[in-house]
Ligand binder design. Structure first.
Ligand code: PLP
Length: 341
């Protein structure tokens, strides 16, 4: 029985390794993206000392680890892309880990990882480079784009796998200190009995996702564009937060509605069967203002009317038609309440 479990894990490791552009022994299974991000950033700091740097728009799993250890943030431009000049300003010989996500979980904006990695190698030669590819795997060839990274995080539930399982690629020779010690599983980097069913499910989902990726991206990008364009037109008259100014993944439409509070809009949409979120879909639901929009310089009153609609492999044209009917109606209802119209 133990051998069967072992085989399932090994076969899954081979699948993930190939799809992430890593050697099987580089893949460390974790409980998800958060643990992988924490292990990368905190594990590198514990191994090497020094200073951590990340972009100002990282998921909190990276951001809070960096800020909690007194690290430095690299701001983005108004489109949400890391500003290379300002990143250069916070890089020096003291920096030992730099973390920049592949695609943002609120706006979907894709970062220029090759340029960022090149800058990091030049300005901070002692630094490891980590990328959080949690939002990217569905849509982008992570193996190719993250070949410049020493450490890569993914999470199964973002690409149709089970919740509560993920992986960190930690390439051989990249020294990090484990957060969980004990039985020495996963090269000693993550002790504890592995989540065998979760890992096997993640590998199946990863294989399916990669095999269908090009077709899914082409189909969903059209749906997303139709959805965003429809909501930007009257009567909803939203503003597209990214609006063609930066490359972005196919699965996110991020919109700003003037005169509306996201919280009220989400409440009405939920009632009508539209699942949406104001910012990231994977934080605990707190309605704190978005640090991502803050970094892009979106004024607080505008950010207060943010709506993030996600699409995936299972999204259909009918879903988009339904959203295009329901969202403008909800927006009109709320604006009428606010304006007394
Ligand atoms: N990083 C990004 C970019 C995310 O969108 C998420 C959301 O779930 C995470 C990390 C955290 O991953 P998990 O929920 O698997 O812990």
């Amino acid at each position: 029985m133990a051998r069967d479990a072992r085989r399932a894990i090994d076969e899954s490791r081979d699948v993930l390794a190939e799809l992430l552009g890593a050697a099987p022994s580089d893949v460390v299974f974790t409980s998800g993206g958060t643990e992988a991000d924490n292990l990368a950033v905190l594990g590198a700091l514990d191994a090497r000392g020094g200073v951590a740097v990340c972009s100002a728009v990282e998921h909190h799993a990276v951001l809070d680890a960096v800020v909690g250890r007194g690290g430095r943030l690299a701001p983005t431009d108004a489109a949400g892309v890391v500003d290379l000049e300002r990143l250069g300003d916070v890089l020096d010989d003291d920096v030992t880990i730099v973390s920049v996500m592949m695609a943002n979980n609120e706006t979907g904006v894709v970062q220029p990882l090759a340029d960022i990695a090149e800058l990091v190698r030049r300005r901070s030669p002692n630094a490891l480079f980590h990328t959080d590819a949690v939002q990217a795997f569905c849509w982008l060839d992570v193996a190719a784009l993250a070949s410049v990274a020493d450490l890569i995080s993914v999470s199964a539930h973002k690409f149709g796998g089970p919740k509560g399982v993920g992986a960190l690629v930690a390439r051989r020779g990249v020294a990090i200190v484990p957060r969980a010690v004990g039985g020495g599983q996963e090269r000693g980097l993550r002790s504890g009995t592995q989540n065998v069913a979760g890992i096997a499910g993640m590998a199946v989902a990863a294989r399916e996702t990669a095999a269908e990726r090009d077709a899914t991206v082409a189909r969903v990008a059209l749906l997303r564009d139709r959805l965003a364009a429809g909501l930007c037109a009257a009567p909803a008259s939203a503003i597209d937060t990214v609006d063609g100014r930066a490359p972005r993944i196919a699965g996110i439409a991020h919109l700003l509605f003037e005169e509306i509070e996201s919280e009220s809009l989400l409440f009405v949409l939920e009632d009508e069967g539209v699942a949406a979120s104001a910012a990231s879909s994977c934080s605990s639901g707190a309605m704190a203002s978005s640090h991502v929009l803050g970094s892009m310089g979106v004024p607080a009153d505008r950010a207060g009317g943010a709506l993030r609609l996600s699409l995936g492999w299972s999204t259909t044209a009918d879903d988009v038609d339904a959203a295009l009917e329901i969202v403008p109606r909800a927006v009109a209802r709320l604006r009428a309440l606010v304006g007394g119209r």
